[in-house]
Design a protein around this ligand. Sequence first.
Ligand code: GDD
Ligand code: MG
Length: 357
Amino acid sequence: LVSPVILCGGSGTRLWPLSRQSYPKQFVPLVGNNTLFQDSVIRLSEGFDGIDFLAPTIVTASDFRFIVAEQLAQIGIDPGTILIEPQSRNTAPAILAAAHYLAETDPETILLVAPSDHVLQDPVAFHAAVKKGLAAVEAGKLVTFGVKPTRPETAYGYLELATLPNRLDAAVDLEKFVEKPNMARAIEMLETGTYLWNSGIFLFKAKDILAAFDLYAPDLMPPVTNAVSTAKSDLGFLCLDPAAWADVEDMSIDSGIMEKADNLAVVPFEGGWTDLGAWDAVWRETDPDADGVVTAGGATVIDCENSLIRAESENLEMVGIGLRNVMAIAMNDAVLVADMARAQDVKTAVAALRQKG
Ligand code: GDD
Ligand code: MG
């Protein structure tokens, strides 16, 4: 039995202006008909040879609770629990809260922690990878899923292996976890050939991740334990206690725990994976025409190459002429025009806009 924990409390700022503070990317149908969140839930609810998924625990921010409930209803999936954070404190507290909550029933419970901003082309291959990870989990490992890098990406964490075996049947121990390197380091790691991208999907027993938090992030323990034990049910949501949560510090699971832990194992995953983190990833993920041009919303393009041109609202006429490596995303109240190579910098722009108020 595997207990899925789905994280969907992030704000997705690099996909502005489509992804907004009040309605972030995971709740938008970016590619295909379902939203990324819905696809994340669906692929962890189908049984597969040897894996039985329990009802998922969804961890999200208070602002998104009704979106979550509505999107689950649309796909006809009953969540086990929707756990609500009074404020976003990044992934470490979200995962710790879920682990505490699930450990109350059984500390041996196996958690499959999954983000909700990914596209996985082959769910069957993913299930097979999860199955490979289970033996390592039984041995007390914290298991990550690694993807072979195809470019020097600075938006991902990297997993260093002793050697990269040709055929991988089981989880292998990890040498080192490196979260979001700079470009020089990313180029180096790609050339070395013994690094995989961290997919951000984790598999472990509740008691083992709790032990890791005890060791590497002991200050998170008291306020998160407190917030879980005094959580209150409200309209079908389980709300973590706001007073206790106020003392919880911001921390990512990657730099807070995974970079420090010495019991990590990795299952290489080759089923096709993308984090739709920024517009260049959306462009790469959507089949472009022969010129590498991706459009949406009926935008008209003339003599453009390697560009993403999206009209994101009805009755919006959009035209691109002679563009190279440009992304243009237009909405009724906001327009982004940028160099495709600067996709990560949208985050900085959003921070500046928030300052402006
Ligand atoms: N509940 C909750 N609360 N969820 C959160 C919070 C929070 O405060 N912050 C982020 N999330 C969710 C996001 O919605 C997303 O689904 C997931 O947790 C991961 O957060 P991101 O903010 O998207 O992380 P990232 O993409 O920058 O980096 C992580 O994922 C990469 C691969 O996708 C890291 O794990 C990297 O190492 C990894 O390569
Ligand atoms: Mg992400």
